[in-house]
Ligand binder design. Structure first.
Ligand code: 6PG
Length: 247
């Protein structure tokens, strides 16, 4: 496992650094294996990143049609809802780089969450050609991080943090009074690369804890990123990195 931390002076520069890294990782994967697997993050932070990827030079820097598109988590809303992580990608990315519909794998939030998680896991296994007990290795998983240290929809103290077999679960999140669909720790740990983009002053304490705090994933799920097989790249703006001691 390798962990790198890149701090950019501005949010705009952090977004550019993230776009560069994503292009590099995906191009390498496509060159090596003829296709690439990408899991998108949700929330607010990725919006400028996805808009950037849809612009030149990034829009023509990757054979986007050779990518299998997934999401690392999803809210319990319809795909056209303003809070939908799928809709975020459609609005910012897919309107400009139009991947084949067969390669876009959204979480079916119209179903019962447990059924949606089971089906998503089956889709991931089918696309990767990996049966249980094997764990598919994503070429790249994009993540943000909440101010409480959650990643994907692995929130502090929630059951999904204990999952050791499944790849995707429906996770009851009391903090949100909602059930969210999320990648599990085993699927994150198996990734070839994870890119975590975190910006803003309000995330600075969580970033310090994630990178410098004592290991305690139940309290601070971002600590799971210390157990990833592949490379973990943290891309921060100066504000989010402002409380780090050793970077
Ligand atoms: C989601 C994300 C979640 C997000 C963090 C940070 O569906 O909300 O997957 O893990 O990355 O909550 O969210 P912001 O980028 O909006 O601060």
């Amino acid at each position: 496992m390798t962990c790198r931390v890149q701090v950019s002076d501005t949010t705009e520069e952090a977004v550019r650094q993230a776009a560069e890294a994503i292009v590099r990782i995906l191009r390498d994967a496509i060159e090596e294996r003829g296709w690439a697997s990408l899991a998108l993050a949700g929330g607010r932070t990725p919006r400028p990143l996805y808009l950037q990827l849809a612009q030149s030079p990034y829009r023509t820097a990757v054979q986007w049609g050779w990518i299998e598109w997934f999401w690392s988590d999803e809210r319990p809303v319809p795909p056209d809802h303003p809070d939908s992580n799928y809709r975020l990608a459609v609005e910012t990315l897919f309107s400009r780089i139009t991947p084949p519909a067969s390669r876009i794998h959204r979480l079916l939030t119209e179903l019962d969450p447990r059924e949606a998680a089971r089906l998503y896991e089956a889709t991931i296994r089918r696309v990767f050609g990996v049966d249980p007990p094997g764990i598919p290795r994503f070429d790249l998983i994009l993540l943000g991080m909440g101010a409480d240290g959650h990643i994907a929809s692995l929130f502090p103290g929630t059951a999904a943090l204990e999952e050791q077999q499944r790849l995707v679960v429906a996770n009851e999140v009391p903090q949100l009074q909602a059930t969210r669909l999320t990648f599990t720790p085993p699927l994150l740990r198996a990734a070839r690369a994870i890119l975590v983009l975190v910006t803003g002053e309000e995330k600075a304490p969580a970033v310090r804890d994630a990178l410098e705090g004592p290991m305690d994933p139940k309290r601070h799920p971002a600590h799971l990123l210390r157990q990833v097989d592949g490379q973990v790249l943290w891309i921060l703006d100066r504000a989010a990195a402002s409380q780090l001691i050793s970077h």
